[in-house]
Design a protein around this ligand. Structure first.
Ligand code: AMP
Ligand code: ZN
Ligand code: FE
Ligand code: FE
Length: 283
């Protein structure tokens, strides 16, 4: 039973449409896939139709970009009610803030002589997608300025870059509460990723656990063995579930579907904690 609980599509910054992500999951031998686009549920319906066709079990999710004191925190929300007013208002606000933020980043880059315009970036954003820095990278790749997204991030797009601009993002404790209020299950995504300024502290994860956090994504490409040990120890001391996943982005990242996976018993507990308003879809 292979379970991968974190993947992106063209509903945000993945490179494959939701149906193709599901087909790729089937081809990779996965039994269960979670679609978790940044700040949006817009890929859910296409993924659900494809999951039924492909015989893949689908967990509908989101990855919420949060911020606390300049540290970027990603929160996975599984099986939430997509129409919960509080959560959907927060996601809409975050997506709208991303538009002007991307435009501002491009202005700063262009003023410094990097050959890019916001119109060119928009041409690389799939219709309706949550805009993100990877779409600036795609525009630069398309123009032949850089070879791939990794190169664009290394040169110009990292959190430490002079062109980095913040955008409105909810506080992580509030986001955990909203996921729970919306009947879903909250899991802290890749808490020990180093490339986003400062990482989450043990104290913050403890605070999130008190707010209703259910688990931590320990097995993830961004975590070395030390980070994984630290994650497992923290999860065990706080009574949190441990998940593993690929954070697949199609051709946008090296991460491969199924490269890290979640135990079946953990998925059962995630399902048991959810309200059931958005069920796990079994073919
Ligand atoms: P944003 O949400 O606009 O702040 O952009 C952050 C997103 O960019 C993250 O969710 C990652 O998926 C993606 N990202 C970060 N670093 C890289 C990289 N080196 N190559 C490709 N994508 C990246
Ligand atoms: Zn992403
Ligand atoms: Fe993330
Ligand atoms: Fe992700």
């Amino acid at each position: 039973m292979l379970i991968d609980l974190h993947a992106h599509s063209t509903a945000s910054d993945g490179t494959q449409p939701p149906a193709d992500v599901v087909a790729s999951a089937r081809a990779a031998g996965l039994d269960v896939l979670a679609l978790t686009d940044h700040d949006t549920t817009s890929g859910w319906d296409q993924a659900a139709a494809a999951a039924e066709r492909e015989g893949v079990t689908l967990v509908r999710g989101i990855e919420i970009s949060c911020e606390r004191g300049g540290t970027s925190i990603h929160l996975l929300g599984y099986l939430t009610d997509p129409d919960h007013p509080g959560l959907s208002a927060e996601l809409t606000r975050a997506r709208e803030a991303r538009v002007s933020r991307l435009e501002r980043m491009v202005e700063l880059m262009a003023a410094d002589g990097i050959p890019i315009s916001y119109a060119e970036v928009l041409a690389s954003v799939p219709p309706g997608a949550t805009e993100g820095r990877p779409h600036i990278a795609d525009a630069l790749v398309r123009k032949g300025v850089v070879a791939d997204r990794d190169a664009a991030f290394a040169e110009w797009l990292s959190n430490d870059s002079p062109y980095y601009v913040r955008h409105y993002a909810p506080d992580p404790a509030r986001a955990v509460e909203l996921v729970v209020e919306a009947g879903g299950v909250a899991v802290h995504a890749h808490p020990f990723t180093r490339a986003r300024g400062r990482m989450a502290s043990d104290g913050l994860i403890e605070e999130l656990a008190a707010a209703g956090l259910a688990g931590v994504e320990v097995d993830h490409r961004d975590h070395d063995e030390d980070a994984r040990s630290r994650g497992r120890a923290l999860a065990s001391s706080l009574g949190l579930l441990v998940t593993g996943s690929s954070d697949y982005h199609g051709a946008g990242k090296r991460n491969l579907l199924g490269e890290n996976t979640t135990a079946p018993g953990v998925l059962e507990q995630i399902e048991a904690r959810a309200s059931g308003i958005t069920p796990v879809l079994r073919p």
